[in-house]
Design a protein around this ligand. Structure first.
Ligand SMILES: [Zn+2]
Length: 121
């Protein structure tokens, strides 16, 4: 487990860990104060001692055809507060670039209304 940076919401450390989701290895970038567990009814919920909700799964942008949000991207996001990602519309369409910022509830948020000039993702 390595520390990637500081949580933008509570200043806790954000760690990276490997996990498996639907048979695929993915990474979870999670604030040390935002832990989840399965409760008695098998719901995946925040633990009672969690004081934060900032968690990002590496496959979180999969529906925009970005296969993985990498460790370096996560580090940069925590450092700079915003990064440029390359997304893709799917078969037959071209790639495009968008700004991404942290989101307390959903992990990441894409700024759809902002045009990206510099294509350095
Ligand atoms: Zn936090």
């Amino acid at each position: 487990m390595s520390i990637l940076g500081k949580c933008p919401y509570c200043s806790g450390s954000v760690h990276s860990r490997k996990m498996t989701a639907q048979g695929k290895g993915i990474k979870l970038y999670s604030c040390e104060n935002a832990n989840k567990e399965y409760d008695e009814s098998d719901a995946y919920v925040f633990t009672a001692d969690s004081t934060c909700t900032f968690r990002v799964y590496s496959n979180t942008l999969l529906r925009f055809n970005k296969r993985s949000f990498g460790i370096l991207e996560m580090k940069k996001l925590l450092q700079e507060g915003q990064i440029i990602v390359r997304l893709h519309g799917g078969k037959g369409s071209s790639e495009y670039f968008k700004y991404v910022i942290p989101d307390k509830e959903y992990g990441l948020s894409i700024l759809w209304d902002e045009e990206v000039e510099e294509k350095s993702a």
